[in-house]
Design a protein around this ligand. Structure first.
Ligand code: BG6
Length: 504
């Protein structure tokens, strides 16, 4: 391998990236722009090629021409056509059905030719950007065609996009099928939230600083709240979304990744399995709610018509691909408990949804108030809670809120922020979020990818909620207007505990 360590920005080893489902949005919006960014940073090897596999009949030339037009629109920052040409000349296309053995014969022949021409040394990185029904059949076909075999000193890896199952049983079945043809070391279950700088920074923030860890526990933390709000509706994805719903789309994957990074114990090293062992432990410690808990601590919602940021949105039920009587949730709020020494008694609240008032993803660690309010007989009647807020997007940074004396003769307190802003400190980094993940997969570093046990632990928590919801269809949908903060019950979930969602 032409690897130096990551700190020195090592060039990746020679390889071919094979994208199944290359005609989809992900290829043009994220994967090719991410490769372009890696090339710009000189992190792609010269001996590299990309093969797109999809159903539509076309040749490599046509595929390249189409990509050229599309990718330039999705590359963050200024587009450099010369740089793109250097990638484009290494892009190939294979047409075929994923369930047809002939597709894999053609792919094998194409890969042999590429290996001769580009000296890619037999290293293959497969990317499954297909409908989930194809995950296991493609992996099996790769094995049957000798394409998953690592015995000749080269590596073969498989990146799997979400959704990874639609419940615990299907996630287990998918893990079992993949593991019957590949080893866990070859499987990279991707979650694009882990490609975000701010999410990766949670580990650095917690474990590269001495001052936060001592207070990062039940003695000092009152609760943790996570908001992942989007202003968009389901756009053109009604067909997929209506079958998935907000819970499956966001919670056991993206949000549980955030919980695991905030909640985990310090790993014994930054080795992939050491980190994932700790993430897995915290996921397993999240208490699976009883049916009674689901009724009291989980809220679902669906948006109706409304206005978001000057745009008007129709009812979710009027979106293309969504049945007019749909009972699919577009909003979830819930309270979870983690049964661990560190977190017992500290609620984790989360809310996530589409068509909400603002686009923001943030994690708030709210600390306990001081034990005694010493300001009796003054104008101070309440103390500001200390909030440590990890701003994931669109603002990227960390802020710490504390109370300060407002200048003047009377004693009055105001809440003020200490702010760290990524863009101010490090400059804006034009990236898609897939650069680091593709880079790591080529390097063979699985730290930012989910292991089978992590996926199953996450499903085990949300499964009972989905079961209760399925048994008791929602009555009052739609129950929040587009452009609001979700159904009233989401506020009540907090109010009942004497708490509230953070407002910025
Ligand atoms: C995807 C979901 O995984 O994440 C989408 O399928 C959602 O529904 C998206 O909009 C959110 O990602 P981001 O990076 O915009 O927060």
């Amino acid at each position: 391998m032409s690897t130096r360590d990551r700190a020195s920005g090592s060039v990746n080893p020679s390889c071919v990236l094979v994208i199944f489902g290359a005609a989809g949005d992900l290829t043009k919006r994220k994967l090719l722009p991410a490769l372009y960014n890696l090339a710009r940073e000189k992190l792609l090897p010269d001996d590299f090629a990309v093969v797109g596999v999809a159903r539509a009949e076309r040749d490599s030339e046509t595929f390249r021409a189409q990509l050229a037009g599309e990718v330039s629109g999705f590359v963050p920052g200024k587009f450099d056509p010369v740089l793109w040409k250097s990638i484009e000349s290494r892009v190939y296309y294979v047409a075929g059905e994923f369930g047809d053995a002939r597709t894999f014969d053609k792919l094998k022949a194409q890969l042999a030719e590429i290996e001769q021409r580009h000296k890619t040394r037999g290293n293959l990185l497969f990317y499954l950007a297909t409908a989930p029904d194809f995950f296991a059949p493609i992996a099996t076909a790769l094995r049957e065609h000798g394409l998953a075999d690592e015995s000749n000193g080269h590596w073969r890896r498989l990146i799997v996009e979400k959704p990874f199952g639609r419940d615990l049983a299907s996630a287990k079945a998918l893990n079992a099928s993949l593991l019957s043809v590949l080893s866990e070391k070859q499987i990279y279950r991707i979650d694009h939230y882990l490609g975000k700088e701010t999410v990766q920074n949670i580990l650095v923030f917690r474990f590269a600083n001495g001052i936060f860890e001592p207070v990062w526990n039940r003695r000092y933390v009152d609760h943790v709240q996570i908001t992942v709000s989007e202003t968009l509706g389901v756009e053109k994805r009604g067909g997929y979304y209506d079958r998935a719903g907000c819970m499956r789309d966001m919670v056991p994957n993206h949000i549980f990744q955030l919980i695991s990074l905030v909640g985990m114990e310090p790993p014994i090293s930054f080795d992939a399995d050491a980190v994932r062992d700790e993430q897995s432990k915290v996921l397993r410690a999240i208490r699976a709610p009883s049916p009674e808990d689901v009724l009291s601590s989980a809220v679902r919602g669906q948006y109706g018509a409304g206005g978001v940021g000057g745009r008007s949105l129709a009812d979710y039920r009027a979106e293309p691909g969504v049945p007019p009587t749909s009972t699919t949730e577009t909003f979830v709020a819930m309270k979870l408990g983690i049964d661990s020494w560190r977190w017992t008694g500290v609620p984790f609240y989360l809310r996530v949804g589409k068509a909400l008032a603002a686009r923001t993803t943030e994690i708030t660690i709210r600390f306990r108030k001081p034990p005694l309010v010493l300001f009796r007989d003054t104008a101070v009647d309440d103390i500001f809670p200390n909030d440590l807020v990890i701003h994931v997007q669109p603002k990227e940074g960390i802020s710490l809120r504390f109370g300060a004396k407002i200048p003047g003769a009377q004693l009055k307190l105001g809440g003020v922020n200490m702010d760290f802003d990524y863009a101010d400190h490090f400059g804006a980094t034009p990236a898609t979020g897939y650069e680091r993940l593709l880079y790591d997969a080529m390097q063979g570093d699985q730290t930012l990818f989910q292991r089978a046990d992590m996926v199953e632990a996450s499903w085990a928590v949300v499964a009972p909620i989905l079961d209760v919801w399925q048994a008791l269809p929602p009555r009052g949908f739609p129950n929040y207007p587009a452009g609001s903060w979700g159904p009233r019950e989401a506020e009540q979930l907090m109010e009942r505990d004497g708490r509230s969602w953070r407002t910025s």
